[in-house]
Design a binder for this molecule. Sequence first.
Ligand SMILES: [Zn+2]
Ligand SMILES: [Zn+2]
Length: 315
Amino acid sequence: MAKQKSRAEYNKKWRAEHPDKCKQYHKTYYDNNKEKCNASSRLYREEHKDELNKNHREVYWPEYYKNNKGKIYEYQKGYHEEHKEESVEYQHQWYLDNREEVLKRNKQHNIDKADEISKQKSNRNQGWRVEVLTHYGNGKLACVKCGFSDIRGLSLDHIDGKGSIERERIGDRGVNLYGYLKNHGYPEWYQTLCMNCQNIKKIENKEQPRVHDAPSLPVSYLINRITVLTHYGNEKCSCVKCGFSDIRALSIDHINGDGANHRKEVRSSNLYRWLIQNNYPEGFQTLCMNCQSIKRYENNEHNDKTKSKNGKTLN
Ligand SMILES: [Zn+2]
Ligand SMILES: [Zn+2]
């Protein structure tokens, strides 16, 4: 027993001291007994398949991947480059074979990560918005006419008619305008304006003739408008939030945001008369366009297309 042990220890020691000789011995043995060696390896692998696979998958591969990330990535990239057509073809075929599975997985991914995805998207859009509005604000995030600088009240204005054509084209395809402008070298025909200045500009250009082209409107309408805006402006014809007093950008705001429903009952051109006839009901206030826009942001109504569409302000 003692002799056996000392012999094993001697061998072990000898092997440690002569690694090259050992290697050479193994190589020679393998060369002379290839088939036998291979068969025995194969048998071993067959017999321990599950165990080996598990070990490979759970221990060897993650460790190898962790230590060789760059190398693996480079290899995959190189392989993809070299076999581009094959690779694309393979991926496409794989997609076709697994289409339903992939769609199901993507759908589930979008559901699981909905909050995260929409947050990412809105962060990205917000970033574009800041960048683009600053560009068209001549390097400042502010209205080029009056200097108003709360981004919630700023938007892009088409300097001439061309912009609206462009916008329609982009809008129809559902592309984000800010992203589009950024990626198309900032075409010239935009400027950053606040909502108040945009409204004033529209009136000056007679783009809102129905409500604002004075000659076509009865004087009584204009008198009603001033009277009502003054009443709901706490006896001043100005915005109750910021004091802005150019009547061209003032309008009546539904304090609880139920404007759309109310407008179904009362046509906008009749609102002022209706308010007077109903003895100035509560729930209304005079706001400028900028403060209305800020309010929509605060109430999270800004991304709700149906709301903003129906929520056209009354002038
Ligand atoms: Zn302005
Ligand atoms: Zn205001």
